[in-house]
Design a protein around this ligand. Structure first.
Ligand code: GLN
Length: 566
């Protein structure tokens, strides 16, 4: 099969939203029925994103096969509705690791090993392999960073060579740039884009199309000017202006003829895309019937990108319930005993995943408050672990219970490292990562939630990323105290068998903790089951409260308007 490649580069500044542009193009191609995959190139030297700070780089996205990747991989999965894997995120670190290993094993015979051709060959090999593995007809390749960076040069050289090798009809170059607006002169400035395209041409790549990122729609004359200076036909200069919702971007690009342009350029058949699901989602986002306020008790509350998949999963769950989900970011460190009244304003409390001791006691307080006040609670990974710690301390009588991650000397290590994990020393190699099956107990809340989700008997798969587990030595004590273990890792013996995957409380409207991260596999058209149920519970709580408020007001002995004395 002939595969075709769409290369996306970026210019002027970073954090342009290139990932959204790439994903939106992917969505337009998927809506035309193509088999598509997407590759993100990250020119940094880290082998993967697992070792990087989330508050600098945004979340670490985990794929089904257990790779720790750049968050753009998550955006691709959500927009293209496909599962990606390790091979879809290429970094400089991986490329050099392979090249150096090969050199050490004598694979290059006696050659001098150089950036061109050895490093560029390895880059091309990885791009092609991603296409082959997905059996994709169309492969989107996004080069991270900004054209002009030293680090991205070998990648640009590799994609330049690919046009030569794959042919003009099988390769397309798109350049995404920022078009700044100058308030003083009230105009869009095209110069940075002109310079950026000149730099790109300097490394031998003439873009076929340009996507201008701007605050508001760009007038035609600015597009024409860019066309003139860049040798890109004016009709191939697109504008991705700031949209109210990212899910509106595919449609914005389609309306400007993006799909048709790709069809023309890559000699594809002309197809009318099926964009109804996108349109419907955007409609609900713009005009929701109701709203729920969800408090997220976390550590990186100033950097929402650190929780990107979580926010998207909440959005998907909101859309499924025709509701807007409003987020309230609560810094766990500020949540002290006695200062929890703000939590009562919330329709649901979510404690997300996390590492390290910062804010832990605040998260324990949030879990307790949700339990006692019967506020819907969803604990993800660390959020489940703190719920277990809270239950152990306050209900099971295990005073001072903790995770050994936070207190190695705790008298009751209810969350602990498992022997398999203790043996591994390499950072990044110590975690339970990627898809693991979960066996669900009949009659549980979890069972009801996953009722309509795809599953195999009582088994579902969710992605994981953690080191610590509920300590099997304390499971009996917790159960005796009333905690319900509604999901476990299946198997009789061997790796992970019997580990706690989910906990819940029987006498609570919605109290659920999951060791996995279901947010990673949530999709616009297939929202994650626990998230969907959580939002539904939050909306129900709100409704009930409103009804109760109504009753109280009705019962109050006050005259109706206009009937009083004053
Ligand atoms: N820090 C905890 C662990 O390693 C939780 C991890 C997470 O929430 N992703 O087990």
């Amino acid at each position: 099969m002939e595969r075709k490649y769409i290369f996306v580069t970026g210019g002027v500044v970073s954090s342009l939203g290139k990932g959204i542009s790439t994903s939106s193009i992917g969505a337009l191609l998927r809506a035309r029925g193509y088999q598509v995959t997407a590759v993100k190139i990250d020119p940094y030297i880290n082998v993967d994103a697992g070792t990087m700070r989330p508050y600098e780089h945004g979340e670490v996205f985990v794929t089904g096969d257990g790779a720790e990747t750049d968050l753009d991989i998550g955006t691709y999965e959500r927009f293209l509705d496909i599962n990606l894997g390790r091979g879809n995120n290429i970094t400089t670190g991986q490329v050099y690791q392979t090249v150096i290993e090969k050199e050490r094993r004598g694979k290059y015979l006696s050659e001098t090993v150089q950036v061109i051709p050895h490093v560029t060959d390895e880059i091309k090999r990885r791009i092609r392999k991603a296409g082959q593995e997905a059996n994709a007809e169309l492969i989107l390749v996004e080069v991270g960073g900004t054209v002009g960076d030293i680090e991205s040069l070998p990648f640009l050289e590799a994609i330049r060579q690919m046009r030569f090798e794959e042919g003009g009809d099988n390769t397309l170059y798109l350049h995404v740039t920022l078009l700044p607006y100058l308030g003083t002169s009230e105009e869009f400035k095209t110069k940075p884009t002109q310079h950026s395209v000149a730099t790109l041409r300097g490394v031998g790549i003439q873009p076929d199309g340009i996507i201008l990122r701007s605050k508001s729609p760009v007038p035609e004359d600015a597009k024409r000017k860019i066309s003139l200076f860049t040798n890109v036909e004016a009709r191939n200069v697109f504008n991705s202006y700031d949209a109210d919702f990212v899910y509106a971007v595919p449609e914005i690009l389609e309306q400007q003829g993006m799909g048709r342009f790709i069809e023309r350029r890559l000699e594809l058949e002309r197809v009318t895309p099926e964009l109804r699901a996108w349109q419907e989602a955007v409609r609900v986002l713009r005009q929701p019937d109701q709203e729920a306020i969800i408090g997220i008790v976390g550590k990186y509350v100033a950097m929402p990108d650190a929780y990107l998949s979580l926010m998207e999963a909440l959005k998907h769950a909101g859309i499924a319930n025709h509701a807007e989900v409003k987020l309230e970011w609560i810094d766990a460190e500020n949540l002290a005993e006695g200062h929890v009244s703000g939590l009562n304003e919330l329709d649901g409390i979510l404690v997300p995943g996390g590492f390290g001791i910062r804010g832990i006691e605040g998260k324990v307080i949030a879990a307790r408050h949700a339990r006692e006040q019967k506020i819907p609670y969803l604990g993800i990974c660390l959020g489940m672990q703190v719920a277990v710690i809270e239950y152990a301390r306050n209900i099971a009588g295990l005073d001072g219970a903790n995770s050994t991650e936070f207190d190695p000397y705790t008298p009751f290590p209810v969350i602990d490292l498992m022997p398999e994990q203790l043996e591994v020393e390499d950072l990044g190699g110590t975690m339970r990562l990627g898809n693991w099956p979960m066996q669900i107990s009949p009659g549980s809340l979890l069972k009801r939630l996953y009722q309509s989700a795809p599953k195999n008997g009582n088994m579902v798969q969710e992605r994981h990323r953690h080191r610590y587990e509920v300590n099997p030595d304390y499971v009996d004590a917790l159960k005796t105290a009333g905690l319900v273990i509604s999901g476990i890792t299946p198997g009789m013996k061997g790796r992970g068998a019997g580990l706690v995957e989910a906990i819940e409380l029987p006498d609570h409207p919605f109290y659920l903790g999951l060791q996995s991260h279901p947010e990673f596999s949530s999709r616009l058209m297939r929202p994650s089951a626990p998230f969907r149920g959580f939002i539904q519970a939050a909306l129900l709580r709100k409704q009930r409260q409103a009804e109760r408020g109504q009753t109280v007001a009705d019962d109050l002995d006050v005259p109706a308007p206009g009937q009083g004395k004053f």
